[in-house]
Design a protein around this ligand. Structure first.
Ligand code: NAD
Ligand code: ZN
Ligand code: ZN
Length: 349
């Protein structure tokens, strides 16, 4: 009998390739998921375009929604048939951070063999994926593509915003989101859901500027108009919070220049920019700088609950798993608005 195989978009020595690989059975404490949707993140491009420290090959896909089709030893069979999302950050499982559900800040992060499911170990850009059962968060009755996007684009944005809520706890607070892509458009929506702050979305692409408005931004502008918009809306004070979802030299400099004294600069994007941490320097007095990575499992549970209550406007576009190579290309060329999500045809409605 021939071994069953499936398609998978893998990080190989050649870059990223859609290949056929064997289907794996779940081990102890694991489940096998039929993938319903897997988001395509800009981090996937960083992982494909630059050398990585992890063992190759592995299947990409760190934003996963699936249905449990097999439980391994030690896993409650009642999970069979459930629609779930995957809390994907990789941790040692043993340190205080991991035990608190914050594998994203595992004390051993620098020496771990992977950063997450789909980032060093097999992820969800495939027909099926095997994951640890403890990673599952119930996602019944949510649209699978939307649910998948919540696990990183949503979770990272939720975590980024949550850590700066104290800066926005005033009636005339102003938040700026630079880069209104997969992460940024969810950051705009989450800011609108969690705070009363005015929100300015900034992006170099007109379609992303329009998306920021659709997601509830008070104003949305191109980068060259951002300083004027911040000055006008804050009456010259500056922004209480800037979330930079690009992290390039130009966006970090823009972020620092529009920040209010004692404001928060939150750098989410990995675009290669660098700001000197000097006094005096580009950052205003009292600035607090945060470099958030992903989010915690309790935050994912809270975000899924928030999403169920509605009102979180998102733009998720479905593509077939076979289209993965062209979707990567489109994301690289700035042709994706919101989040692209791969949907294996067997489950595509
Ligand atoms: P994306 O490609 O979907 O969105 C990026 C957006 O930024 C696009 O709309 C693009 O037009 C805009 N942009 C690019 N350069 C710009 C500039 N100079 N000025 C204004 N706008 C600009 O990407 P994404 O999936 O949202 O990821 C964004 C970044 O966040 C990536 O670097 C990714 O690796 C990183 N990321 C970080 C974390 C984390 O935990 N910190 C998690 C996920 C992704
Ligand atoms: Zn990501
Ligand atoms: Zn740990």
């Amino acid at each position: 009998m021939t071994e069953p195989t499936m398609r998978a978009m893998r990080r190989t020595a050649a870059g990223a390739e859609l290949v056929e690989i064997p289907v794996r059975a779940p081990g102890t404490g694991q489940v096998r998921l039929a993938v319903l949707a897997a988001g395509v993140c800009h981090s996937d491009l960083h992982v494909v375009d630059a050398p990585v420290a992890w063992e190759l090959p592995f299947t990409l896909g760190h934003e996963v929604c699936g249905r449990v089709v097999e439980t391994g030893p030690g896993v409650d069979p009642a999970l069979l048939g459930r629609q779930v999302v995957v809390y994907a950050p990789y941790g040692c499982g043993d340190c205080a951070r991991c035990r608190d559900g914050a594998a994203n800040y595992c004390d051993h992060r620098r020496t771990l063999p992977a950063a997450g499911v789909g980032l060093g170990i097999d992820g969800g850009m495939a027909d099926e994926v095997v994951v640890d059962a403890w990673r599952l968060v119930s996602a019944e009755r949510l649209d699978p593509a939307f649910a998948a996007a919540l696990t990183d684009a949503g979770l990272t944005s939720f975590h980024a915003v949550s850590g700066s809520l104290d800066r926005l706890d005033r009636p005339d607070a102003l938040a700026v989101v630079i880069g209104v892509g997969g992460l940024g458009h969810l950051a705009v929506g989450i800011l609108r859901r969690l705070t009363e702050a005015q929100v300015i979305g900034v992006d170099s692409r007109p379609e992303a500027v329009a998306l920021a408005r659709e997601c509830g931004a008070t104003a949305a502008v191109a980068p060259e108009d951002a300083a004027d918009a911040v000055a006008t809306m804050s009456k010259g004070r500056g922004a209480d919070l800037v979330i930079d979802c690009v992290g390039a030299q130009a966006t970090e400099e823009l972020a620092a220049s529009v920040l209010r004294p004692a404001g928060d600069l939150v750098i989410v994007g990995s675009g290669g920019g660098a700001l000197p941490l000097s006094k005096p320097g580009p950052l205003p007095s009292g600035a607090r700088v945060r470099l958030p990575f992903w989010g915690t499992r309790p935050e994912l549970v809270a975000l899924v609950d928030l999403a169920r209550t509605g009102g979180l406007r998102t733009r998720v576009t479905e593509f077939g798993l076979d289209e993965a190579p062209s979707v990567f290309d489109d994301l690289r060329r700035g042709r994706i608005t919101g989040r692209a999500v791969l949907v294996p045809p067997a489950t595509k409605s």
